[in-house]
Design a binder for this molecule. Structure first.
Ligand SMILES: C[S@@+](CC[C@H](N)C(=O)[O-])C[C@H]1O[C@@H](n2cnc3c(N)ncnc32)[C@H](O)[C@@H]1O
Length: 311
């Protein structure tokens, strides 16, 4: 068996790399126009940047803020608040982000079950809330006197009734358990190498996405990194090539990296320099590697089925 050191693919930064990548980061001190910030990471507190951003330039806004729990994000501690105070905090940045959106823009907002209902109320003040996606994470700490928490919510909203939704770009390739036939012919499924598969329409329950872990090349030291596969679904469904994707809590850079891999433009804000530099390193790696784990030949595969198919 190979040892864990050789199989561990976590993206890490040397001091030299940090010095190199921090040169790419922006800080804003005046109003900017879109070309000045496209495909850039702004390394600042979101609240110090909001007033400088251009109007009506974003096609897709992806918001993955600190959830309402006490958590260390390297140089920053986010402190758990009452649900009402958390909703006030969400409102305080959301109302200032509206001006950056095109009238055709979509917005996705990530949340845990605990604050999700209050986030919904804030979102519905400003947007048309279209759906709540539930992501079934495959990890979660067991609880002795409660149900193990194994899900996160992602609210899908739009600014208006005109918006992009590319259903055919986010189909799921599922193994068929009951391969019915019609006149001897497969009914809605195909036989491929080792298995029988059906392409299904994407639903609002996402069960095919794993949390990044150390043997995956996308993994970083960020404590709450989103999987590339999850962000790829959002970007493919709700934007087109060359559209502008904006992420005000960029973290380890997943939104920027997936935007690059899928030929969209990005703008990200991240307060912590180390995370912003890790994002820059991932963007550099994406120059030569456009692979998104679990998304192959234009389809999303159920957890762990693509490797089986390949064998
Ligand atoms: C939940 S994480 C986002 C993770 C990200 N989606 C990823 O895949 O890596 C939230 C991030 O927001 C950053 N953050 C928190 N408050 C911020 C603020 N006021 N301005 C900018 N970034 C902030 C944290 O440092 C953290 O990296």
């Amino acid at each position: 068996m190979k040892n864990n050191t050789t199989r561990n693919k976590t993206v890490r930064l040397t001091e030299e790399e940090k010095r190199k990548f921090e040169k790419n980061l922006l800080t804003l001190s005046h109003n900017v126009k879109p070309p000045e910030i496209l495909n850039k990471i702004i390394n600042q507190n979101l609240f110090d940047v909001l007033n400088f951003l251009p109007e009506k330039f974003v096609d897709l806004l992806i918001i993955d803020p600190p959830y309402n729990m006490t958590k260390y994000f390297n140089s920053l501690i986010f402190n758990k608040k009452s649900i009402d105070k958390y909703a006030d905090w969400v409102d305080s940045f959301l109302k200032k982000l509206i001006k950056i959106l095109k009238p055709t823009a979509s917005v996705y907002f990530c949340s845990d079950w605990h604050s999700s209902t209050s986030v919904h109320l804030v979102l519905s003040k400003y947007f048309k809330v279209r759906n709540r996606i539930t992501w079934e994470r495959d990890k979660g700490r067991g609880a002795r006197y409660n149900w193990k928490n194994n899900s996160e919510d992602i609210w899908f909203c739009t600014v208006s009734k005109t918006y992009t939704f590319n259903t055919n770009d986010v189909k799921l390739k599922r193994k068929v358990l009951a391969p019915y036939k019609d006149n001897g012919e497969p009914k809605d499924w195909v036989k491929q190498n080792n298995g029988k598969y059906r392409l299904t329409h994407p639903s609002n329950i996402w069960t095919d996405i794993s949390v990044p872990f150390w043997s995956m090349p996308e993994n970083t030291e960020h404590p709450t990194q989103k999987p590339e596969k999850l962000i790829a679904k959002i970007i493919l469904a709700s934007s087109n090539k060359n559209d502008i994707v904006f992420d005000p809590f960029l973290g380890s850079g997943t939104t920027a990296v997936v935007s690059k891999k899928l030929h969209r433009k990005y703008v990200g804000i991240e307060i912590d320099k180390k995370f912003a530099c890790i994002a820059e390193k991932r963007l550099q790696l994406a120059e030569n590697n456009k692979r998104i784990q679990g998304f192959v030949n234009g389809y999303f595969w159920e957890r762990n089925t693509y490797p089986v198919e390949k064998k």
